[in-house]
Design a protein around this ligand. Structure first.
Ligand code: AMP
Length: 395
């Protein structure tokens, strides 16, 4: 059974054609710079790249290019789209309605359109992606897998902000949380690795990539997470600020003379470790600069680690303990330094890092000693597989 996974970002589209029986990718692709100049599609099959430079004005054009590339006589992997059994769409925001993945029908599209203002950069692109696929594959079932769904188990004391309650009731302003597909995948994987029931584990999952969020998972359910109303909240990230005093925003406007769009740009694109270091948003560059004595790069890393430690502590306290801490995504999977720094301070819980085992990159590994009372693991995330599995289940 072949499942196509579509992930429409604001100006990009990632896709994977997957054989669900073997869980292997038949083709992987990325459409970049949608709506900009020099847009292109890059498709990888067995490590070989097929690059198409084309004018790609919007996500409709992007889907057209994806279909052409998948069915291309020389570089394609299928004869035509009837070989595809189902399509799984990653959708950023499922609002308060969806606490799990859903088979897409008109009512789903209507609801996603209604809540588009909650994810203005992403949900409109997701909707275009869905509609365009439906046009090309009218008889193929489609499933929406939401970034927010896993966190719909949060309790009101965790998801309600301490502002006028009417803003929640009337304007849907609350914590939603993101990266749910990743947190769900790695926590399930951990239970599998430990040979335990997920319901018997208390887990802190640290998804540390360009975007970063942590989640507390108890009884198999997300009970808290660091991102909030939007993916700007929580720990500092590559370019995003994470939690700051909200008064900084009016101050930037009234005292520093910035316009609202500029403030949004600063907080989303010019903050985080890029803003502090002035070097890069890429952790490899920052680690290298810090090693070469760049003080601001070192400060950026110190702040990143400090804030993650603080969040891990808070999540553990509200869970009443922890069995295991997971590291995943680009930084979490590949940076032993980050993992070591983030785990410092938890020795009082009986956590004992094994520095040799922690040298691992990009594969499943336990990184604490045999005696460690709290375990820590590296578990590479696989959101595409999670989307494919949910899609198969629902069709
Ligand atoms: P993601 O958003 O999950 O793709 O993660 C992207 C981030 O992972 C980038 O900031 C990269 O710098 C970071 N990353 C990838 N490899 C490494 C590495 N070996 N050491 C530190 N950071 C890494």
């Amino acid at each position: 059974m072949k499942i196509l996974i579509i992930n429409c970002g604001s100006s990009s589209l990632k896709y994977r054609l997957m054989n669900i029986e073997t869980e292997e990718a038949i083709a992987d692709g990325l459409v970049e710079r949608i709506g900009l100049d020099a847009s292109r599609l890059v498709q990888k099959v067995n490590g070989e790249k097929y690059i198409v430079d084309a004018e790609i004005k919007d996500h409709n054009d992007a889907i057209n290019e994806v279909i052409k590339a998948l069915t291309d006589k020389t570089h394609g992997v299928i004869e035509d789209m009837t070989e595809i059994t189902a399509v799984g769409h990653r959708v950023v925001h499922g609002g308060e309605k969806y606490n799990e993945s859903v088979l897409i029908d008109e009512s789903v599209i209507d609801y996603l359109t209604e809540i588009s203002n909650l994810a203005p950069l992403h949900n409109p692109a997701n909707i275009i992606g869905i509609k365009s696929c439906q046009k090309h594959m009218p008889n193929v079932p489609m499933v929406a897998v939401f970034d927010t769904a896993f966190h719909q188990t949060l309790k009101p004391e965790s998801f309600i902000y301490a502002i006028d309650y009417n803003l929640y009731k009337n304007n849907k302003i609350r914590k939603y949380g993101f990266h749910g597909t990743s947190h769900k995948y790695v926590s399930n994987k951990l239970a599998e690795v430990l040979g335990k029931d997920l319901k018997d584990l208390k887990i802190v999952s640290c998804h540390l990539g360009n975007g970063a969020s942590l989640a507390a998972i108890k009884d198999g359910k997300s009970m808290d997470t660091t991102m909030g109303f939007t993916p700007l909240a929580g720990v500092p990230m590559g370019t995003r600020c994470g939690n700051i005093d909200p008064s900084i925003i009016p101050f930037l406007i009234t005292d520093c003379g910035y316009k609202m769009e500029e403030v949004s740009d600063i907080l989303n694109k010019k903050s985080g470790v890029l803003g502090i270091s002035g070097v890069s948003s890429d952790f490899r560059d920052i680690e290298e600069a810090a090693e070469n004595g760049n003080e601001r790069a070192k400060l950026a890393l110190d702040i990143f680690h400090y804030r993650i430690r603080a969040e891990i502590g808070a999540l553990i306290a509200n869970m009443g303990g922890v069995d295991a801490i997971i590291f995943t995504a680009g930084v979490g999977e590949n940076s032993p330094e980050t993992r070591e720094e983030c785990l410092k301070g938890f020795e009082f819980l009986g956590l004992e890092l094994d520095k040799e085992k922690n040298k691992v990159r990009g594969k499943i590994a336990e990184i604490t000693t045999e005696e460690s009372k709290v375990k820590a693991f590296v578990i590479p995330t696989n959101e595409e597989l999670m989307i494919a599995k949910d899609t198969k289940k629902l069709i």
